[in-house]
Design a protein. Structure first.
Length: 133
């Protein structure tokens, strides 16, 4: 099973689901941040847990919450939607940006799917964040 990046909502969305595995996003998240920053856009991972993991931490990811405390940050889905659309648009319009990604067409498809569910979250008044598992 591969890692994937996917949105989590608070409260959960009614009737709208993220219809992607997020595997291409997980494989490319560092390149997506570089692409976004070089274009003057908000980094892709700005909507994920960016707390610094203690250098001496050697446990399982599940144990990290015990060490660091629960992550309670949530983000505005309208802002996330705009960022995902902007990054996808930049990749589609710039071959050099696309060349930095593994399977850029699938990355764009997952970004656009993420933007779609974030639009639904904005309508429903939910907040969101990105998680990897």
């Amino acid at each position: 099973m591969s890692l994937g990046i996917y949105p989590v909502f608070n409260p959960e969305l009614m009737g709208t689901k993220f219809d992607a595995l997020g595997e291409r996003l997980a494989v490319n998240f560092e390149a997506l941040d570089q692409t976004a920053c070089s274009a003057g856009l908000t980094p892709f991972t700005a909507f994920a847990d960016n707390r610094t993991v203690p250098e001496d931490f050697e446990g399982d990811p599940e144990d990290l919450a015990d060490v660091m405390g629960e992550w309670t940050e949530w983000f505005d889905p309208a802002e996330g939607q705009a960022v995902m659309q902007a990054i996808a648009g930049h990749i589609k319009a710039n071959p050099t940006a696309a060349e930095q990604l593994d399977d850029p067409d699938e990355v764009v498809a997952e970004l656009e799917e993420l933007a779609r569910v974030l639009a639904a979250a904005a309508v429903e008044g939910a907040r969101f964040r990105l998680q990897m598992s």
